[in-house]
Design a protein around this ligand. Structure first.
Ligand SMILES: [Mg+2]
Length: 209
């Protein structure tokens, strides 16, 4: 079984009864490549005050006089994501793509993401029908304080980059706790553990555990 390729994403959206309307989406691949798209078909008149203040008015693509988002159609966004994921992912030996998707408090993001492709069964072949949630993983690891998100919170691409940082942070946290409690398999060398500890210490300097 081949390794999966991680994609970290975030969406901004308008939620109102019985639907979720995409405003923007940002995706960052584990290799660092990025995608950002704005939904030009979004009905921004449905936005509440919070979304208008914290999301729309901060977007250069939002024409507040016309109440419009300058962006792509849903079909264009879908095609852009398909080619971006396939390009960065490659294919396994059976020709299936092998992405793994991660988001933070992921449920609404995942629904609005899947709806780009239609129903859940319309997701591209070989893609997972679920999203991994960084918040759940954080809880499992004892709910450590996460790196600061900064002032660009609620920009979908910046939030996606932060999601990637959180994954790296939690992964080191996990490695570190394994190293401390000697949970590595017996064939794992001491050298590997030391290297991971050292990596952790450098990282902890950066993010202040
Ligand atoms: Mg966001």
């Amino acid at each position: 079984m081949s390794e999966k390729v991680k994609f970290f994403f975030d969406t901004e959206f308008i939620e109102y009864p019985n639907t979720i309307d995409l405003i923007s989406i940002g995706i960052v691949c584990e290799n660092g490549s990025e995608l950002y798209a704005v939904n030009g078909e979004c009905d921004t008149t449905k936005a509440d005050d919070w979304v208008r203040e914290n999301v729309l008015l901060k977007m250069p693509e939002y024409d507040k006089d016309a109440g419009l988002l300058i962006g792509m159609s849903i079909d264009q966004i879908k095609e852009k994501i398909l080619s971006y994921v396939n390009y960065n992912c490659g294919q396994d030996s059976e020709g299936r793509e092998r992405p793994e998707f991660w988001a933070y408090y992921a449920d609404y993001d995942w629904v609005v993401f899947c709806w780009l492709f239609g129903k859940m069964i319309n997701l591209p072949r070989g893609w997972p029908m679920y999203c991994r949630d960084l918040k759940q993983w954080c809880d499992d690891l004892g709910n450590p304080r996460l790196p600061e998100q900064g002032s660009s919170e609620h920009n979908a691409l910046d939030d996606a980059k932060w999601n990637k940082m959180v994954w790296e942070f939690l992964n080191l946290r996990k490695l570190h706790s394994n190293a401390i409690s000697h949970k590595y398999p017996s064939h794992t060398t001491g050298q590997v553990i030391e290297m991971q500890k050292d990596h952790f210490i450098k990282y902890s300097d950066k993010y202040k555990f």
